[in-house]
Design a protein around this ligand. Sequence first.
Ligand code: PHE
Length: 460
Amino acid sequence: MDPSSQEQPKKRDGFTSNLGVLAATLGSAVGLGNIWKFPSLTGMNGGAAFLIVYLASTLLVGLPAMIAELTLGRAARANAVDAMVKLNPDKRKPWWLVAAAGVLAAFLIMAFYTEVAAWVFAYIFKSIGGGILSTDPAVTSKAFTDLITNPLQSLVWQWVVLAMITVIIIKGVSKGIERTTRRLMPILFFILIAICIRSLTLPGASQGLAFLFKPDFSKITAPVLLTAVGLSFFKLSTGMGTMITYGSYFREDQNIAGTAARVMLADLLVSILAGIAIFPAVFAFGFQPDAGPSLLFITIPSVFASMPFGGVFMVLFFILAAIAATGAMLSLLEVPVAFLEERFKVSRSRATISVSVLLALFGATAALSNSTLANVSIMGKNFFDLYDFISSNLLLPLGGMFITIFVGWVWGFGKVHETLSNNGTLSTRSVNKALFFIIRFVTPVLLFVVLLSGLKIINF
Ligand code: PHE
């Protein structure tokens, strides 16, 4: 195919600089997953041993899937669904369905992710007010329960968050997403490092570091391995078309694999720094490290209340979490918006507002799942947990599996190499060969196992 026919149409928006690409893509990867999911999972599953397993699964699953998606996006220069339509050599086979499932997954993740983000944003203001600053976990626990069981507060905060993301997305890819993440990512690192220094200089900090970094290989069991694979996948925002969409905004001379590797490393750094920010402090004040989801909203406020200048650091901590959540939400909303805008030729603001209004209504079921709708249970889950389960356990591994199968078995090495080497300008043939081998044989198989175990079809 004539490569010039793949050139970006003149008016299509995209990222304007290498740094912008990095900020936006990293902004998508870094999210609430780094701030509490990674530290708490690492803490519970063998510390450094889990870290090693997580790294291996990132290299074998997360990163290859991410590169596969970015490659598709850049080659097609279209939203996720149209990219699959465009690149599919056999039009009778409905590969576009994979991307359509991705658009649905993005929508479902947004429905509950905006609610967790809503709590984070609410906590910035609550910590400024000082109401949740108590060394007694019973007090912080009550404050959290009060928030999530209050229908009005849950709903209003979710809609505030959604409105903010909507405004940024309407501004477009370069003026909205790129500009925002370029400003926010440095602030994120700055705050994170400040909190790490605070945490590390507390008396008794070393115990927390030992907890995080001392390997305990006995804790590495088959379910833990699968948790690591799932996390590496979710962390790099793969499996649902986010990276296809972002890849379509990459510049023509962007080194896709190199950018993905950088994002992966920086994302890992954020996760490890989050662990260093949290665990020394948790141990220094005698709190339990394995509180799971409530760590962020119940343990953390008590930990900060125990330390000098804790009030200030707590505000900073929730600003950090809010920034992390923002970049991730921008990339999630962009998937259905880009699809609507391009497929149905509607204006960007109309596409964004339509998706956001739908999300506000649909997401309300997640926001109200601990209050008004607390009694509704589907498959033993409330709406919030249901959306999380369907997207994380079903749609993401399924999407990732089919996308890598498409790239590895249908699209083929020639096209992958052409795109990854920027039409031969980068001499990365052997790297691309190794990568293609992993995309073809390793990633889909591992994702298939994750899928079966997530659905409890196989048990270890
Ligand atoms: N990577 C984000 C996080 O770690 C979550 C995410 C998943 C964002 C899928 C976009 C798409 O929180």
